[in-house]
Design a protein around this ligand. Sequence first.
Ligand SMILES: *[C@@H]1O[C@H](CO)[C@@H](O)[C@H](O)[C@H]1NC(C)=O
Ligand SMILES: *[C@@H]1O[C@H](CO)[C@@H](O)[C@H](O)[C@H]1NC(C)=O
Ligand SMILES: *[C@@H]1O[C@H](CO)[C@@H](O)[C@H](O)[C@H]1NC(C)=O
Ligand SMILES: *[C@@H]1O[C@H](CO)[C@@H](O)[C@H](O)[C@H]1NC(C)=O
Ligand SMILES: *[C@@H]1O[C@H](CO)[C@@H](O)[C@H](O)[C@H]1NC(C)=O
Ligand SMILES: *[C@@H]1O[C@H](CO)[C@@H](O)[C@H](O)[C@H]1NC(C)=O
Ligand SMILES: *[C@@H]1O[C@H](CO)[C@@H](O)[C@H](O)[C@H]1NC(C)=O
Ligand SMILES: *[C@@H]1O[C@H](CO)[C@@H](O)[C@H](O)[C@H]1NC(C)=O
Ligand SMILES: *[C@@H]1O[C@H](CO)[C@@H](O)[C@H](O)[C@H]1NC(C)=O
Ligand SMILES: *[C@@H]1O[C@H](CO)[C@@H](O)[C@H](O)[C@H]1NC(C)=O
Length: 562
Amino acid sequence: MVYYRFAPILVLAFASTTSYSAASNFGGSQIQWGACDPSVVNDTSLACGFLEVPLDYQNPSVGNARLAIIKANATGERRGSLFFNPGGPGGTGIQEVNDNKELLLEVTGGVYDIVSWDPRGVGNRTSPGEIFCFDSLAEYSTFFNGTIELTGIEETGNFTDPADVKALLAQAPIMQTKYEEVGQKCLRSSGGKFLKYIGTAAAVRDMVSIANVLDGPEAPINYMGTSYGTLIGSWFVNMFPERVGRVILDGVFDPIAFATQEPGNTFSSQRVFSDTVYKALITGCALTGPSGCAAASEGDGPLDIDAKFQALLQHAYDATKVNSSVPLTPGDIRLALWGEMYFSSDWSNFVNEEYPQMVQIVNGEVPANTSRAIRKRSTDLIRRMPLMKRSSESNDSPSYTTSAIYCADSVDPQGTTMEDVFEGIISASRNVSHMFGSLWPFPFYCSFWPVRSVERYQGPFNKKLANKILIASNLLDPITPLPAAESLAGLLGQDAVLVRQNGFGHTTVSAPSACMNEIFFAYMTNGTLPANGTVCEVDADFEVFTGVNTADILAHIPSTDI
Ligand SMILES: *[C@@H]1O[C@H](CO)[C@@H](O)[C@H](O)[C@H]1NC(C)=O
Ligand SMILES: *[C@@H]1O[C@H](CO)[C@@H](O)[C@H](O)[C@H]1NC(C)=O
Ligand SMILES: *[C@@H]1O[C@H](CO)[C@@H](O)[C@H](O)[C@H]1NC(C)=O
Ligand SMILES: *[C@@H]1O[C@H](CO)[C@@H](O)[C@H](O)[C@H]1NC(C)=O
Ligand SMILES: *[C@@H]1O[C@H](CO)[C@@H](O)[C@H](O)[C@H]1NC(C)=O
Ligand SMILES: *[C@@H]1O[C@H](CO)[C@@H](O)[C@H](O)[C@H]1NC(C)=O
Ligand SMILES: *[C@@H]1O[C@H](CO)[C@@H](O)[C@H](O)[C@H]1NC(C)=O
Ligand SMILES: *[C@@H]1O[C@H](CO)[C@@H](O)[C@H](O)[C@H]1NC(C)=O
Ligand SMILES: *[C@@H]1O[C@H](CO)[C@@H](O)[C@H](O)[C@H]1NC(C)=O
Ligand SMILES: *[C@@H]1O[C@H](CO)[C@@H](O)[C@H](O)[C@H]1NC(C)=O
């Protein structure tokens, strides 16, 4: 993900109480550091290397995986390594460290080497690498031609029209067959034989293997995980409680929900604040007015802005009823809006640049290539988003890595049909999120995935930890809501402190907050934790819209929505 937090924290060298030397060989295996692949990493101060680990930690005879690792040296007196995972699942640690090295070093005080890796199933340097189930985008498009996979789900309101319910349910048998076929294609693909060796438990053990080599088998393991990276974190601290060093989990997945329900259900309920984040967008637009938001007319309130977005969705919907091959479907518009829910820093650009273009496209006023540009941009945004990875307007075959990881970990209740999945979507649109309940495709419908991982950690999640950890959450996160962070903090009891950021967007690092930076910094450098339940504000000079900051918007969101 992209980080927006730029507080000017000086890198201080605290006297270290414990010091772990950078030993090079603890477990027999070594990491030879060298230059990174310049096609991905342009920062030549970074070092890259590989580590061979067992594909199956319970059965070494099945062979090895090979992990691609990246390291940014500590800038101060080194205290060990800090491992980092950006989420996804499917995010590349290699690229994230290249893109965010300075921020990661700053916020952790410069006293750790920042170490990350491409987990199994990610990229083409780690082996097993990225999971592709189709040979090309063309094959994928032909396979799903005429289905909701390519257009999104057509509906108005929250399935207000019974005809939309009927039309969706009518697609259930064909989509079930297609998803079952995709599962078989994935199994037959070159990555198919590795599908059971990827997943979160393997990622945890891989991180521990790297830590053993870098810092020694007894050393505490320091870790920072955002979004899905918090699931790696909550599994890690419970699988290896005695190894817990300084750990920050930001934007929490509820590990119990994930261990007991299919991810499709979990994510329906996790979208509980997404409509409120949308309300924040339309509220901010109304507060700044027409000069700062092209979607606002003079005197418009939030409901007037909402009416314009709803009208846009309705026009796009009506157009698809006349000619199904429209350049921009209502599903595309919902997906573009959903991408915006992650980063309020993009809202001004969205309402002023993209929204007017969308209106023109839906009205047939601009050539279709503009809409391709919009779709490309929204899928770029989606690809950046820690929860979704989908290439659609590039010529790449779509990646199935995100599904492969979620589904490898998923419970397998057996017998869930596509009709059940669609009923769940309809219910989520009505009960959880009117705006975003019907997004499709989403990579976590696992009922038709043919494999589960050889190891899945199912709990307990309340182990006694060697060190206290820090849990962070936005007040209004569209996909990892505050109650999930509260549940995890509740499970860990005295071993976790929860800090809330009064903002909206996905993870606290999606908006700048000097207060949060100081908390991360003090914890990482000194072990100092704030009082449980400490609340930080987003920086007041961070304008979401011209003249409108996060606090201004929050002050206008009805408390019943929070
Ligand atoms: C790497 O490339 C990005 C743009 O792609 C640029 O912003 C950045 O400054 C480059 N970094 C280095 C160290 O060259
Ligand atoms: C990083 O640290 C290692 C070990 O101290 C050293 O060999 C290497 O040269 C350093 N890399 C850079 C870019 O300073
Ligand atoms: C690996 O992926 C990078 C882009 O991420 C690409 O430039 C490179 O050619 C790929 N290498 C192979 C061997 O496919
Ligand atoms: C999709 O199907 C339509 C006819 O239903 C056909 O005209 C079109 O070429 C197909 N597209 C692809 C990518 O197969
Ligand atoms: C439907 O729209 C597509 C592309 O926008 C166009 O090529 C096609 O001719 C239209 N079909 C009809 C029946 O108008
Ligand atoms: C769309 O096509 C026109 C003419 O072919 C070109 O000038 C314009 O740059 C294109 N726009 C985009 C966004 O690609
Ligand atoms: C959601 O709404 C449906 C009706 O569409 C209802 O049957 C179901 O019980 C509701 N679920 C929850 C969790 O409120
Ligand atoms: C549909 O959404 C509207 C608000 O947009 C709400 O008033 C209505 O109760 C919702 N319908 C159902 C069935 O949830
Ligand atoms: C922190 O507060 C949460 C409630 O938000 C609670 O569940 C947890 O036990 C508290 N932790 C400590 C260390 O008091
Ligand atoms: C470091 O920790 C000590 C003891 O926990 C505390 O007294 C001190 O204020 C902390 N310093 C900083 C800069 O947080």
